[in-house]
Design a protein around this ligand. Structure first.
Ligand SMILES: Nc1ncnc2c1ncn2[C@@H]1O[C@H](COP(=O)(O)OP(=O)(O)O)[C@@H](O)[C@H]1O
Ligand SMILES: [Mg+2]
Length: 270
């Protein structure tokens, strides 16, 4: 089967500095892979290189295939199109990714109407449907609102809803819950995980939280200083980590005590 994503020898240099030193990674259709590693190890740059979102002084070499298509053989325009068709991105902070002066409804329906020729009415129906899928009950009201009227957790659900609407082959999620409070983090991860499985989308899930990443992925790839140092089944990485760096990362995990009464937690108001 053609991999959803196949990266070979991906190297990124910025201003003469090597940021990624030759990454190899294959993600099968429907497979979820975690990309973990300490801050600065190159996780975000890997996703940005795939999406063609490197800083202007950045230079990428090597091969990136999305659903079989070699991106480096495409013109800038064709590449942008291939990425927008095959990839759904979820960022750490949804506020940076959603235009603040457009309504949630416009944000969700725009691509359907412009790129896919869906009628405004049908796009609205679909958008309300996916908002409900990600646990937003008052979808019609939310469609009329602006990003600043929604909490971070709600906005990240909207982001996930927009990815679902686009039906990408692969979701690239870059620490999608880091900006959220703990309880909302769990809810958002659960929604992303469940909907991804349901829709059969592949995913690369970037996180510095090994436990969280392992819980919702099949495989974990460990990055250090721009290199992939270890790869293994997420379920057994704890027991079978070979690389001293992976073992150090695992040993450095914070152990969180469960809240004494979870119902008393301040919840992200939905
Ligand atoms: N715009 C940039 N210009 C130059 N170097 C950058 C830029 N952004 C990030 N870097 C460097 O690239 C490396 C990898 O960063 P990044 O991929 O953001 O790490 P991670 O997501 O794993 O925390 C770091 O050394 C960082 O300092
Ligand atoms: Mg990052």
């Amino acid at each position: 089967m053609t991999p959803a994503l196949q990266i070979s020898g991906l190297r990124v240099d910025i201003g003469g500095q090597t940021i990624l030193g030759g990454i190899d990674l294959v993600v099968a259709p429907g497979e979820a892979v975690a990309l973990v590693g300490e801050s600065g190890s190159g996780k975000s740059m890997t996703l940005r290189a795939i999406a063609g979102l490197l800083p202007s002084s950045g230079r990428a070499t090597g091969s990136i295939r999305l659903d079989g298509a070699e991106l480096n053989e495409l013109s800038v325009r064709a590449r942008r199109r291939a990425v927008s068709e095959a990839v759904g991105m979820v960022f750490q902070d949804p506020r940076e990714a959603i235009n603040p002066v457009r309504t949630i409804g416009d944000f969700l329906t725009e691509a359907l109407i412009l790129a896919r020729g869906v009628s405004q009415k049908d796009a609205g129906v679909r958008a309300r449907g996916v908002l409900r899928d990600v646990g937003i009950a008052d979808a019609a009201t939310r469609m009329e609102q602006y990003p600043h009227q929604l909490s971070g957790g709600l906005l990240q659900r909207v982001m996930i809803a927009s990815v679902l609407l686009a039906e990408p082959k692969i979701v690239l999620a870059d620490e999608p819950t880091t900006a959220l409070d703990v309880i909302t983090q769990e809810e958002v991860v659960a929604i992303l995980d469940a909907r991804r499985r349901e829709h059969g989308m592949a995913m690369v899930f970037v996180s510095h939280d090994l436990d969280l990443a392992a819980a919702i992925t099949d495989r974990t790839a460990v990055m250090r200083a721009g290199e992939l140092v270890e790869e293994g089944a997420s379920a057994t990485l704890h027991k079978q980590a070979q690389h001293p760096y992976t073992r150090a990362l695992l040993a450095a995990r914070p152990v969180l005590a469960p809240p004494s009464d979870p119902t008393q937690e301040i919840r992200d108001v939905c």
